[in-house]
Design a protein around this ligand. Structure first.
Ligand code: ZN
Length: 255
Protein backbone atom coordinates (compact mmCIF):
# COMPACT_ATOMS: atom_id res chain seq x y z
CA UNK A 1 0.00 0.00 0.00
CA UNK A 2 1.20 3.50 -0.86
CA UNK A 3 -0.40 6.80 0.18
CA UNK A 4 0.47 10.32 -1.02
CA UNK A 5 0.10 13.41 1.17
CA UNK A 6 -0.78 15.91 -1.59
CA UNK A 7 -0.54 19.05 0.56
CA UNK A 8 1.85 19.35 3.47
CA UNK A 9 4.25 21.92 4.88
CA UNK A 10 7.44 19.96 5.44
CA UNK A 11 8.97 23.40 4.76
CA UNK A 12 7.47 24.77 7.99
CA UNK A 13 9.41 25.46 11.16
CA UNK A 14 8.59 22.35 13.26
CA UNK A 15 10.15 20.06 10.62
CA UNK A 16 13.31 22.01 9.82
CA UNK A 17 16.47 19.96 10.18
CA UNK A 18 14.34 16.89 10.92
CA UNK A 19 12.95 16.29 7.43
CA UNK A 20 14.58 12.87 7.04
CA UNK A 21 13.18 11.71 10.36
CA UNK A 22 9.64 12.73 9.36
CA UNK A 23 9.97 11.16 5.90
CA UNK A 24 11.09 7.88 7.52
CA UNK A 25 8.16 8.00 9.92
CA UNK A 26 5.85 8.63 6.96
CA UNK A 27 7.23 5.58 5.14
CA UNK A 28 6.56 3.43 8.19
CA UNK A 29 2.89 4.43 7.77
CA UNK A 30 2.93 3.62 4.00
CA UNK A 31 3.13 7.31 3.07
CA UNK A 32 5.67 7.17 0.26
CA UNK A 33 5.36 10.54 -1.51
CA UNK A 34 4.37 14.05 -0.58
CA UNK A 35 3.81 17.42 -2.17
CA UNK A 36 5.25 20.27 -0.16
CA UNK A 37 3.12 23.41 -0.41
CA UNK A 38 4.60 26.87 -0.79
CA UNK A 39 2.58 29.99 0.01
CA UNK A 40 4.97 32.97 0.03
CA UNK A 41 8.50 33.65 -1.27
CA UNK A 42 10.25 32.02 1.72
CA UNK A 43 8.04 28.91 1.81
CA UNK A 44 8.20 28.61 -1.99
CA UNK A 45 12.02 28.57 -1.93
CA UNK A 46 12.03 26.04 0.90
CA UNK A 47 9.53 23.75 -0.87
CA UNK A 48 11.70 23.68 -4.00
CA UNK A 49 14.86 22.97 -1.99
CA UNK A 50 13.19 19.98 -0.32
CA UNK A 51 11.99 18.64 -3.68
CA UNK A 52 15.54 18.91 -5.00
CA UNK A 53 16.92 17.12 -1.96
CA UNK A 54 14.47 14.22 -1.60
CA UNK A 55 13.29 11.89 -4.40
CA UNK A 56 9.84 11.42 -2.91
CA UNK A 57 9.11 15.10 -2.29
CA UNK A 58 7.51 17.36 -4.90
CA UNK A 59 6.77 21.07 -4.62
CA UNK A 60 4.09 23.61 -5.42
CA UNK A 61 4.64 27.36 -5.35
CA UNK A 62 2.31 30.33 -5.28
CA UNK A 63 1.18 33.53 -3.57
CA UNK A 64 -1.47 32.70 -0.96
CA UNK A 65 -4.13 35.27 0.02
CA UNK A 66 -2.08 36.49 3.02
CA UNK A 67 0.65 37.80 0.71
CA UNK A 68 -1.52 38.68 -2.28
CA UNK A 69 -0.92 42.32 -1.32
CA UNK A 70 2.80 41.83 -2.08
CA UNK A 71 2.24 40.39 -5.57
CA UNK A 72 3.81 42.44 -8.36
CA UNK A 73 5.67 41.98 -11.65
CA UNK A 74 8.95 41.01 -9.99
CA UNK A 75 7.12 38.42 -7.88
CA UNK A 76 5.34 37.08 -10.94
CA UNK A 77 8.53 36.73 -12.98
CA UNK A 78 10.17 34.74 -10.20
CA UNK A 79 7.06 32.61 -9.72
CA UNK A 80 6.93 31.71 -13.41
CA UNK A 81 10.61 30.79 -13.32
CA UNK A 82 10.11 28.57 -10.26
CA UNK A 83 7.03 26.88 -11.73
CA UNK A 84 9.16 25.60 -14.59
CA UNK A 85 11.76 23.98 -12.35
CA UNK A 86 11.96 20.17 -12.09
CA UNK A 87 9.57 18.57 -9.59
CA UNK A 88 7.44 21.71 -9.22
CA UNK A 89 4.07 20.12 -10.00
CA UNK A 90 1.41 22.74 -9.27
CA UNK A 91 0.69 26.37 -8.62
CA UNK A 92 -0.38 26.73 -5.00
CA UNK A 93 -1.49 27.33 -2.51
CA UNK A 94 -3.49 30.26 -3.81
CA UNK A 95 -7.04 31.45 -3.29
CA UNK A 96 -9.24 33.49 -1.00
CA UNK A 97 -9.23 33.85 2.76
CA UNK A 98 -12.06 36.02 4.08
CA UNK A 99 -11.46 34.79 7.63
CA UNK A 100 -8.02 36.38 8.14
CA UNK A 101 -8.42 39.07 5.46
CA UNK A 102 -4.66 39.74 5.41
CA UNK A 103 -4.97 41.32 1.95
CA UNK A 104 -7.89 43.44 0.68
CA UNK A 105 -10.51 41.15 -0.86
CA UNK A 106 -10.39 42.71 -4.33
CA UNK A 107 -6.61 42.21 -4.34
CA UNK A 108 -7.05 38.58 -3.23
CA UNK A 109 -9.46 37.97 -6.11
CA UNK A 110 -7.24 39.66 -8.72
CA UNK A 111 -4.10 37.81 -7.65
CA UNK A 112 -5.99 34.51 -7.50
CA UNK A 113 -7.36 35.00 -11.04
CA UNK A 114 -3.98 36.02 -12.40
CA UNK A 115 -2.30 32.92 -10.95
CA UNK A 116 -5.00 30.65 -12.39
CA UNK A 117 -4.17 32.14 -15.81
CA UNK A 118 -0.47 31.50 -15.29
CA UNK A 119 -1.11 27.89 -14.32
CA UNK A 120 -3.16 27.44 -17.47
CA UNK A 121 -0.44 28.95 -19.64
CA UNK A 122 2.06 26.52 -18.09
CA UNK A 123 -0.41 23.59 -18.31
CA UNK A 124 -0.36 23.01 -14.54
CA UNK A 125 -3.01 22.30 -11.92
CA UNK A 126 -3.90 24.88 -9.25
CA UNK A 127 -4.02 24.05 -5.53
CA UNK A 128 -6.63 26.19 -3.85
CA UNK A 129 -7.02 27.55 -0.33
CA UNK A 130 -10.49 28.89 0.42
CA UNK A 131 -11.74 30.00 3.80
CA UNK A 132 -15.13 31.62 4.42
CA UNK A 133 -15.13 32.31 0.68
CA UNK A 134 -16.83 29.42 -1.17
CA UNK A 135 -19.18 31.80 -2.98
CA UNK A 136 -16.47 33.95 -4.57
CA UNK A 137 -14.15 30.97 -5.10
CA UNK A 138 -16.89 29.24 -7.06
CA UNK A 139 -17.60 32.34 -9.14
CA UNK A 140 -13.94 32.71 -10.08
CA UNK A 141 -13.44 29.02 -10.87
CA UNK A 142 -16.62 28.84 -12.94
CA UNK A 143 -15.26 31.61 -15.17
CA UNK A 144 -11.74 30.11 -15.40
CA UNK A 145 -10.27 27.62 -17.81
CA UNK A 146 -9.47 24.63 -15.59
CA UNK A 147 -8.33 22.31 -18.34
CA UNK A 148 -5.37 21.16 -16.24
CA UNK A 149 -7.38 20.68 -13.08
CA UNK A 150 -7.72 22.35 -9.72
CA UNK A 151 -7.67 20.91 -6.22
CA UNK A 152 -9.67 22.33 -3.33
CA UNK A 153 -7.18 21.76 -0.54
CA UNK A 154 -8.52 20.99 2.96
CA UNK A 155 -12.02 20.68 1.51
CA UNK A 156 -14.46 21.30 4.32
CA UNK A 157 -17.65 21.62 2.32
CA UNK A 158 -20.79 19.58 2.57
CA UNK A 159 -22.73 17.84 -0.20
CA UNK A 160 -24.19 21.09 -1.64
CA UNK A 161 -20.79 22.64 -2.34
CA UNK A 162 -19.38 19.31 -3.46
CA UNK A 163 -22.08 19.03 -6.12
CA UNK A 164 -21.56 22.59 -7.35
CA UNK A 165 -17.79 22.21 -7.68
CA UNK A 166 -18.12 18.73 -9.22
CA UNK A 167 -19.45 20.35 -12.39
CA UNK A 168 -16.01 21.94 -12.86
CA UNK A 169 -12.72 20.05 -13.33
CA UNK A 170 -12.09 20.11 -9.61
CA UNK A 171 -10.70 17.58 -7.13
CA UNK A 172 -11.41 17.48 -3.42
CA UNK A 173 -8.56 17.04 -0.98
CA UNK A 174 -9.66 15.91 2.47
CA UNK A 175 -7.58 16.68 5.56
CA UNK A 176 -7.71 15.57 9.20
CA UNK A 177 -10.95 17.53 9.58
CA UNK A 178 -12.77 14.56 8.01
CA UNK A 179 -11.83 12.54 11.11
CA UNK A 180 -13.32 15.07 13.57
CA UNK A 181 -16.50 13.85 15.24
CA UNK A 182 -18.36 17.14 14.84
CA UNK A 183 -17.52 17.71 11.14
CA UNK A 184 -20.74 16.09 9.98
CA UNK A 185 -21.03 18.13 6.74
CA UNK A 186 -17.57 16.98 5.71
CA UNK A 187 -18.49 13.38 6.57
CA UNK A 188 -21.49 13.58 4.25
CA UNK A 189 -19.47 14.93 1.32
CA UNK A 190 -16.69 12.36 1.84
CA UNK A 191 -19.27 9.57 1.73
CA UNK A 192 -20.47 10.56 -1.73
CA UNK A 193 -17.43 12.14 -3.41
CA UNK A 194 -16.74 10.13 -6.60
CA UNK A 195 -13.78 7.75 -6.39
CA UNK A 196 -11.92 9.49 -9.23
CA UNK A 197 -12.28 12.98 -7.74
CA UNK A 198 -10.71 12.99 -4.27
CA UNK A 199 -7.29 13.01 -2.60
CA UNK A 200 -5.91 13.08 0.93
CA UNK A 201 -3.59 15.51 2.70
CA UNK A 202 -2.38 16.52 6.14
CA UNK A 203 -1.74 20.28 5.78
CA UNK A 204 0.82 19.47 8.52
CA UNK A 205 1.78 20.85 10.98
CA UNK A 206 -1.91 21.83 11.32
CA UNK A 207 -5.21 19.89 11.44
CA UNK A 208 -3.98 16.71 13.12
CA UNK A 209 -6.39 13.81 12.53
CA UNK A 210 -7.75 11.48 15.17
CA UNK A 211 -6.30 9.58 17.03
CA UNK A 212 -3.54 12.21 17.41
CA UNK A 213 -5.74 15.31 17.54
CA UNK A 214 -4.17 17.91 19.86
CA UNK A 215 -0.61 16.83 18.94
CA UNK A 216 1.51 18.22 16.12
CA UNK A 217 0.54 16.89 12.71
CA UNK A 218 3.07 15.30 10.33
CA UNK A 219 2.95 13.89 6.77
CA UNK A 220 2.68 10.25 7.90
CA UNK A 221 -0.63 10.98 9.57
CA UNK A 222 -2.33 11.23 6.18
CA UNK A 223 -2.66 7.49 6.80
CA UNK A 224 -5.35 8.28 9.40
CA UNK A 225 -7.11 10.71 7.06
CA UNK A 226 -7.35 7.92 4.48
CA UNK A 227 -8.59 5.55 7.19
CA UNK A 228 -11.31 7.99 8.25
CA UNK A 229 -12.56 8.24 4.67
CA UNK A 230 -12.42 4.46 4.25
CA UNK A 231 -14.62 4.12 7.35
CA UNK A 232 -17.09 6.72 6.06
CA UNK A 233 -17.31 5.15 2.61
CA UNK A 234 -17.41 1.62 4.00
CA UNK A 235 -14.44 0.49 1.90
CA UNK A 236 -10.93 -0.67 2.80
CA UNK A 237 -7.98 1.58 3.58
CA UNK A 238 -6.16 -0.15 0.70
CA UNK A 239 -8.83 0.96 -1.72
CA UNK A 240 -8.70 4.60 -0.57
CA UNK A 241 -4.89 4.47 -0.85
CA UNK A 242 -5.08 3.04 -4.36
CA UNK A 243 -7.57 5.55 -5.80
CA UNK A 244 -6.11 8.62 -4.11
CA UNK A 245 -2.63 7.60 -5.23
CA UNK A 246 -3.82 7.25 -8.82
CA UNK A 247 -5.76 10.53 -8.71
CA UNK A 248 -2.81 12.44 -7.27
CA UNK A 249 -0.30 11.03 -9.77
CA UNK A 250 -2.65 11.81 -12.66
CA UNK A 251 -3.68 15.36 -11.69
CA UNK A 252 -0.21 16.56 -10.65
CA UNK A 253 1.55 14.58 -13.37
CA UNK A 254 3.97 12.94 -10.91
CA UNK A 255 6.56 10.62 -12.39
ZN1 ZN B 1 -1.51 24.47 3.52
Amino acid sequence: MEIIDNHTHLNDEPFRGKEEYYLDRAKSLSVTKLICAGQDPDFNDRAIKLAQRFDDVYAMVGYCPDVAKDYNQVAEDKLIEQLQMPKVVALGEVGLDYYWDESPRDVQRDVFKRQIEIAHELKMPVDIHTRDAFEDTFKILKDSDLEYGAILHNFNGGVDWLNKFLDLNIYFSYSGVVSFTKATDVHESAKVVPMDRFMVETDAPYLTPKPYRGKQNEPGYVHYVAQAIADLKGISLGEVAKVTYANTVRVYGLE
